[in-house]
Design a protein around this ligand. Structure first.
Ligand SMILES: [Zn+2]
Length: 463
């Protein structure tokens, strides 16, 4: 009997509002330490928070994109715990009355949609950043000093919690990729894992196939890339299956995934106790979004990535549409198709060339449709495609040499000059074909049509 993986995710994304969640300090990544602060976010006595309206509206927008219900009455709570990066001694978050609940997010796949339940999406403020000096990997263990940078403290943060509906590390990775693309396209967050503006924790357990209910889970924290999340989950699954099969107990625990060593290490938690003594934030009124506001925000939603994958997937197949959309190249693809490049060549063109921002895609479509360009002129055209006044014409004139009458004497000469390689090829070393093609390309200054060249040389060698 085989084991089934059960994964639920908790995702945090920084909202890129101009100002912080409860004060008017600017938000920003990379500013000198402690420059983006004020008495409110430093928790001086007597200061009062005021909720950021844009952050509330963006969270509603995200909730709608995730298929959530937007509640008529949401409440900010104080989540109490002590840590140096939390000057108030509590974080303002949402508890039992979050803004968005009961969503469903469909992840397109070759075998139909993977439906992932969304428990909630709520709004809170981020803590400041603690920097541990001289510890291993920036962690507190072995550190000699710790410094706090309050710039991040008070940055608006949405937290999204999924149902335990994901059944493999690959499903978790795909869900996250699509969620990230959705957040980015809503224009509410840069959602960059390497900058910490998107963070993900995973709750992982295993159970026997067909088993009802869930077994004890582990929480994996601090995984900062899609690849690490998948590998961290796989490591947890392997370890839990081994424990169960040895008849041992899986104890509920929080782990950090060490990508370098591919191991899980117990997380030294700043909140050992689970009791945060939540209570309603007395300095903030409840959030009561009017129906008209929710309708307006719903009307402002763009076509979402999942819908676009389905639509383009009808032409190309779902996995190619997935590759286009999750790398943000679908708008280039659609512009080329609009300019009469057929779907498949348009896909290959945008996936194979690094097309610059602001490229003239209408002109570039003429390049994409030309089948007889040299590699060099194709690259040069793409590189110049964002220049003002870019025209495909001069590049289209640089056609590759496909004329066999011109190429044949050249090939004869190369074969005659390399009798050893010719004999080796004829003796079975067919990999040497590339050597002859390379020689011919060199002699023509890269202008030969590689397809014609390949055919001609193979013909001569096999003659
Ligand atoms: Zn402030």
């Amino acid at each position: 009997m085989s084991w089934e993986t059960v994964i639920g995710l908790e995702i945090h994304a920084h909202l890129k509002t101009r100002t912080k969640m409860f004060c008017r300090c600017a938000t920003g990544f990379g500013a000198p330490p402690n420059m983006l602060t004020c008495p409110v976010c430093l928790a001086h006595p007597g200061t009062l928070p005021v909720a950021n309206r844009t952050a509330v509206e963006w969270t509603i927008k995200l909730g709608l994109a995730l298929g959530c219900d937007i509640v008529p009455h949401a409440v900010f709570h104080r989540k109490n715990y002590f840590y140096p990066d939390l000057p108030k001694g509590y974080q303002i978050s949402q508890y039992d009355e979050p803004l968005c609940v009961n969503g469903r997010f469909a992840v397109p796949g070759e075998d139909g949609d993977l439906e992932v339940g969304i428990v909630r999406a709520h709004l809170e403020e981020d803590a400041a950043k603690t920097v541990h000096l001289e510890g291993a990997g920036g962690r507190i263990v072995g550190a000699t000093r710790s410094l706090v940078d309050f710039n991040r403290g008070g940055t608006p943060l949405v937290e999204i919690v999924t149902q335990p509906d994901l059944r493999s590390s690959d499903e978790a990775r795909r869900f996250l990729q699509l969620l990230r693309q959705t957040i980015v396209e809503l224009g509410i967050s840069d959602a960059e894992m390497e900058k910490g503006t998107l963070r993900c924790d995973a709750n992982v357990s295993v159970r026997k196939a067909g088993e009802e209910g869930y077994r004890t889970r582990w929480e994996l924290k601090n995984m900062n890339s899609f690849g690490f999340i998948a590998r961290g989950i796989d490591a947890a699954v392997r370890a839990q299956v081994a424990l169960h099969e040895a008849g041992r107990e899986v104890v509920q625990e929080t782990y950090d995934y060490d990508a370098d060593a591919d191991t899980l290490t117990p997380h030294r938690s700043k909140e050992e106790a689970d009791d945060y003594r939540y209570f309603p934030e007395p300095d903030l009124v409840p959030v009561e979004p009017e129906q008209a506001l929710v309708s307006r925000l719903r009307g402002e939603l763009p076509e979402l990535p999942a819908a676009r994958i389905d639509r383009i997937g009808q032409e190309l197949g779902v996995s190619d549409a997935w590759a286009l959309v999750t790398t943000g190249r679908d708008s280039q693809y659609e512009a080329l198709v609009e300019a009469d490049v057929p779907g498949r060549p348009a896909f290959n063109f945008v996936m194979n060339q690094p097309i610059p921002e602001g490229a003239n895609l209408r002109e570039l479509a003429r390049i994409a449709n030309a089948t007889d360009l040299t590699r060099a002129s194709l690259d040069a055209a793409v590189a110049a495609s964002a220049d003002p006044g870019f025209s495909a014409d001069p590049f289209l004139e640089q056609k590759a040499v496909s004329d066999t009458a011109e190429l044949e004497p050249l090939i004869e000469r190369i074969l005659a000059a390399n009798p050893g390689q010719v004999a080796a090829y004829r003796g079975g070393k067919e990999g040497l074909l590339g050597f002859f093609v390379g020689q011919a390309m060199k002699e023509t200054g890269g202008k030969a049509n590689p397809k014609v060249l390949n055919e001609l040389i193979r013909e001569k060698l096999n003659a």
